[in-house]
Design a protein around this ligand. Structure first.
Ligand SMILES: Cc1ncc(COP(=O)(O)O)c(C=O)c1O
Length: 340
């Protein structure tokens, strides 16, 4: 059985490294350490059933510049129900998922009995013309690979010719939104997933969105059922999506912090460090050993699934100094472990 591992399991990691007494620096996720400040909640959020998500969806339509979308309890919930939505919609059972990327996509389709095929480069998908479902993660977590709108259009057109569908996970796309409304609205076979967890740092709210043709949105809502998003979450998410000033500050802040992290990592590892506003990523021959060494210093990062790369989430502003200090010790530890 394959073990389904994610970042964010700090308690478990602490148990594996019980000798670490100092404060852990948890960089194992791509969630912003600077979160949208939650406002006071009106009592009705708790006392009434969240019957309509009209205000929330309207705020999301404005923020994402998308007309047809529906709110879901985290994009993960949509990932899990999409195979059910497509079971009666498409003849082909072939689903193409990226070899490197958030594995929940492949697992969800596999669990539902679809034939999951992994692709290394999305360009290879243009070559075959079978009816299929393709999952893109754009930008990719963890590899940072990004695909532009023109390339997406070619892929969507090609897939549409064979009555297929393109699912695009845009959980990390908040810092690369451009006004491409017309281009998107011409792609009727595309399903886009959005998350409030990453850019807004509100992973605990469990709020996300799906943008797609109305018939697909209806099926998703039917599969998820009523009242899926708790009242306090819907209220808080609406405020976050409406707050343009905070979003602008957040974009600038993440850009600055990820650049700072990239420079810091570049100083310590002699490899190319790639970055997105929410994390840095690099391949390393001894990634697993490096991961262990970091844990021994109380720095918890993500060892990528192929054990060939590390992903560092952004530290909180006050943790940069400590991280720099611990990375400085890393060289000594690695050196001494080599000479033993
Ligand atoms: C690429 C990607 N998509 C989607 C998700 C699910 O996020 P959420 O359910 O919080 O929206 C994650 C979570 O880590 C992710 O990395």
């Amino acid at each position: 059985m394959n073990q389904r591992v994610h970042g964010g399991r700090l308690e478990q990691i602490k148990q594996s490294f019980p000798s670490i007494a100092e404060e852990w620096i948890d960089l194992s996720t791509g969630i912003s350490p600077r979160s949208y400040p939650i406002v006071e909640l009106p009592p009705e959020c708790f006392s009434r059933l969240p019957e309509h998500y009209r205000e929330l969806e309207q705020a999301a339509q404005n923020y994402y510049r998308i007309h047809t979308l529906t709110a879901v309890p985290g994009s993960q919930a949509a990932i899990k129900v999409l195979p059910k939505v497509f079971q009666h919609l498409i003849k082909s059972h072939a689903v193409y998922c990226p070899a490197i990327g958030y594995q929940e996509h492949a697992w969800a389709w596999q669990d539902a009995g679809f034939d999951v095929r992994r692709y290394q480069k999305w360009g290879s998908l243009l070559k075959d013309s079978h009816s299929k479902i393709v999952v893109l993660i754009n930008p990719n977590n963890p590899s940072t690979e990004t695909i532009d709108i023109k390339q997406i259009q070619s892929l969507a057109n090609q897939i549409s010719n064979s009555n297929g569908y393109l699912i695009i996970d845009e959980a990390f796309a908040d810092c690369m939104m451009h006004d491409e409304t017309d281009a998107w609205s011409s792609m009727t076979n595309v399903i886009r997933l959005k998350s409030l967890g990453k850019f807004f740092g509100l992973a605990g709210l469990r709020v996300g969105f799906v943008a797609a043709a109305p018939k697909i949105l209806q099926r998703i809502s039917d599969c998820i059922g009523p009242w899926a998003i708790a009242g306090p979450s819907a209220y808080s998410a609406t405020r976050a999506l409406q707050d343009k000033l905070w979003q602008q500050q957040q974009r600038a802040h993440l850009e600055q912090q990820s650049l700072r992290l990239q420079q810091l990592l570049q100083q310590h590892y002699q490899v190319e460090v790639r970055r997105l506003p929410l994390f840095c990523y690099f391949e390393h021959k001894a990634a697993q050993q490096q991961w262990q060494q970091l844990c021994k210093l109380g720095v918890y990062v993500r060892l990528c699934d192929d054990h060939q790369a590390l992903r560092f989430g952004l530290p909180a502003q006050h943790q940069f100094g400590l991280l720099r200090q611990r990375l400085g010790q890393l060289n000594d530890v690695t050196l001494s472990s080599r000479t033993v």
